[in-house]
Design a protein around this ligand. Structure first.
Ligand code: NDP
Length: 460
């Protein structure tokens, strides 16, 4: 008789958990997955996927403006929020259903309910009783972090609720300057909502290249988002006409919706990790080694709950590496170096490798290639929209160590650039690649003149 009920028990049916569970089950292992909400996790249910639909919906206003320059007359265009939300929800339900079927087809058992560890080999699922497992994988993801010290914070929403607003607000105030704040600022602004972003720092998107940060903030403002830097929300008061938001710079703003996007926290509450002896970091993330193993020998964790790189494809690769190692006898680790990412701001960003500042810190001497120009598509628009492309090159080896794009299709282009950078290609090799014309991407292989940042002179 088997010592345990299951070979693997996965807690959380998001991107990382589902990939690990499917692969493990396909190896012949007896696998169960517990999920307290809907199958698909943050990415499918309240993250990447619905967000991208919202970005698409909101981009039409900009497309209409461009279309006008090309001779089109678009009269009476209007947007129906409830109709859009209904379509989005239908598609999300379909995708969640595919996740469920994929699990079933692989032979994994799905258990609905909140799971908690009773000890290192025992899991209790609400309303379903206790089961035992040889191996346990924690893949519970993250959830929005809301500050406790803002008066009236109960009047604010997180990104979770932003996907389900009953009506499109007229005025929105967004707190934060990270991925989520910037993406939702573009979404609401595109949909015609008066949008103000309030961020504590000197510029948005900390961690990205400084030229990218400045460029995106500027372009967002050109499109109509009000970006208030060096300020924080201290109080939200509810009145008859809506919400009044007070900020540290003594400014007050009126809004119908206040969205807080100040980061996400690992979702470990009520999991019983302490009971099982699993160690957490100061930020509440499950501490794991390169194989995603926790300090408890038979317990692993993947995805946002480990707070390494909080991106869907990373969670999937961590989950796959775990399954390969533990169920296929093929020890595998995921390389967290040089992971490309995209911010679906408007305009969007694609970025891979080091920022100029990080490259200078790491390599000392770097060569910078930078261009800002008006995308051809906007030639007939009477605006001043610019895209930006920047290459960061290690001067000693000629290796391209960073590529940053702001502009239409930047997220699509960066996937290709990531291959070249991951392969360790040199600037000379990029230059030897013939351009595809006429495209925006051709700039990446035709940048010849080194850019000297103001203030650095030739010493750069
Ligand atoms: P981020 O960590 O990206 O940004 C958090 C923002 O909140 C920062 O601007 C930060 O400012 C600010 N902040 C943090 N604490 C406070 C505070 N106490 N008071 C005021 N401001 C504060 O978090 P997000 O919630 O935007 O996103 C979470 C993660 O989800 C991302 O990091 C990313 O990994 C992932 N994600 C990825 C997406 C994609 O791939 N396109 C889309 C959405 C999310 P400061 O810079 O000063 O610290």
């Amino acid at each position: 008789m088997a010592k345990y009920d299951y070979d693997l028990f996965v807690i959380g049916a998001g991107s990382g958990g589902v990939r690990a569970a499917r692969l493990a089950a396909m190896s012949g292992a007896k696998v169960a997955v517990a999920e307290e909400h809907r199958v698909g996790g943050t990415c499918v249910i309240r993250g990447c996927v619905p967000k991208k639909f919202m970005v698409y919906a909101s981009e039409f206003a900009h497309h209409f403006k461009t279309a006008k320059g090309y001779g089109w007359t678009i009269e009476g265009a209007s947007f129906d929020w409830p109709a859009f939300i209904a379509e989005k929800d239908k598609e999300i339900a379909r995708l969640s259903g595919i996740y469920v079927r994929n699990l079933q087809n692989a032979g994994a058992e799905l258990v609905h309910g909140k799971a908690r560890l009773v000890d290192a080999h025992t899991v209790e699922v609400d309303g379903k009783g206790r089961v035992t497992a040889d191996k346990i994988l924690i893949a519970t993801g993250g959830r929005p972090w809301m500050p406790k010290d803002v008066v009236g914070i109960e009047h604010a929403i997180s990104s979770n609720e932003a996907f389900q607003l009953p009506a499109l607000p007229k005025r929105v105030v967004i707190a934060g300057g990270g991925y989520i704040a910037v993406e939702f600022a573009g979404i609401f602004n595109g949909l015609g909502v008066e949008t103000t972003l309030v961020h504590r720092g000197p510029n948005i998107l900390r961690g990205f290249d400084d030229d990218v940060r400045a460029h995106v903030a500027e372009e967002m403002e050109k499109r109509g988002v009000k970006v208030r830097l060096g300020s924080q929300i201290t109080e939200i008061a509810k009145g008859e006409g809506g919400l009044t938001v007070c900020c540290t710079d003594r400014h007050s703003l009126e809004a119908d919706v206040v969205l807080f996007a100040l980061g996400r926290e690992p979702y470990v509450e009520g999991l019983g990790l302490e009971t099982a002896g699993v160690k957490l970091s100061d930020t509440g993330a499950v501490i794991v080694d390169d194989h995603s193993r926790t300090n408890v020998d038979n317990i692993w964790a993947v995805g946002d709950v480990t707070d390494r790189i909080n991106l869907t494809p990373v969670a999937i690769r961590e989950g796959a590496a775990f399954a390969q190692t533990e169920f296929y006898g093929n020890p595998t680790t995921f390389d967290h170096d040089t992971v490309a990412s995209a911010v679906f701001s408007q305009p969007p960003i694609g970025s891979v490798g080091l920022s100029e500042a990080d490259a200078r810190h790491k390599y000392g001497k770097v060569d910078i290639y930078l261009t800002r120009f008006r995308p051809m598509k906007y030639a007939f628009m009477h605006g001043d929209e610019r895209c930006l492309m920047k290459l960061v090159v290690d001067a000693a080896t000629d290796r391209v160590v960073g590529c940053h794009i702001v502009g239409p299709d930047g997220p699509e282009m960066i996937q290709m650039a990531a291959i070249a950078i991951k392969m360790g290609s040199t600037k000379a090799q990029w230059d030897a690649t013939c351009a595809v014309h006429p495209t925006l991407a051709e700039e990446l292989v035709t940048l010849r003149e080194k850019y000297v940042p103001p203030g650095l002179g030739q010493a750069a």
